[in-house]
Ligand binder design. Structure first.
Ligand code: CA
Length: 228
């Protein structure tokens, strides 16, 4: 099996070097870029399995790198490194299409757990259900393509995984904590509002009326249910 390839875009050597070492010890093939422009061009050409992306970078910041990659339809999962809590709100608020974020300072174990969770769900999404249709939506989980009323819609790798998980459990209420464990990984601390935020992003893309969802139904205080 080919090695899993990870690109790290980070200008601070005190973070970059130990991170590179850690990931190599785990058996990943690691490349790195020290500014946003170089990171963007490597990410576009490199066919990576995952990108770890810092926000504060020389030449082009991580927000812009993330935005441009998604504009160019590059669906490689992105894990964002943020230094401040203000940036976290921006990451969530901008709907950049990032898959997860970790706040600095982070422990190597925490970061590794997140990385493994992202890679695991990217793999799972590629297995199992291939094409699924509901309403006027068609989702191809193998090709990472989705359409609504025949028009392409952009779902991030995380949104594909979330939808895949809900569909796999169709008709059952899936507890928010179960979604967290499944999508973000166990032993990882994520605020429950992150689940709600991503559910609301998926609804905006697939539901006719996201305020009154027909397919992704919320069960107050518990979680969500996919209704075909
Ligand atoms: Ca930085």
């Amino acid at each position: 099996m080919p090695k899993t390839r990870i690109l790290i875009v980070e200008d601070e050597e005190s973070i970059l070097l130990p991170l590179e070492d850690n990931l190599r010890l785990e058996g990943y093939e690691v490349s790195s870029a020290k500014d946003g422009l170089q990171g963007l061009s490597m990410a576009k050409d490199g066919n990576f399995d995952l990108i770890v992306l810092d926000i504060m970078l020389p030449k082009m910041d991580g927000f812009e790198v993330c935005k441009r990659l998604r504009q160019d339809k590059i669906a490689t999962p992105i894990l964002i490194l943020t230094a401040k809590s203000q940036e976290v709100d921006k990451v969530l608020g901008l709907e950049l299409g990032a898959d997860d974020y970790v706040t600095k300072p982070f422990s190597p174990r925490e970061l590794l757990a997140r990385i493994k969770a992202i890679l695991r769900r990217a793999q799972q999404t590629q297995q199992g259900v291939d094409v699924f249709r509901f309403g006027d939506v068609e989702v191809d989980f193998k090709k990472y393509e989705a359409k609504k009323a025949g028009n392409p819609i952009d779902l991030t790798a995380l949104e594909f995984a979330l939808l895949h998980f809900l569909i796999a459990n169709s008709g059952q209420v899936v507890h928010r904590n179960k979604i967290l464990d499944e999508i973000w990984g166990e032993n990882v601390y994520i605020e429950p509002r992150t689940v709600d935020k991503h559910i609301s992003l998926v609804r905006k893309k697939v539901e006719d009326d996201p305020q009154n969802p027909r397919f992704i139904v919320g069960v107050r205080g518990v979680g969500y249910k996919f209704v075909a």
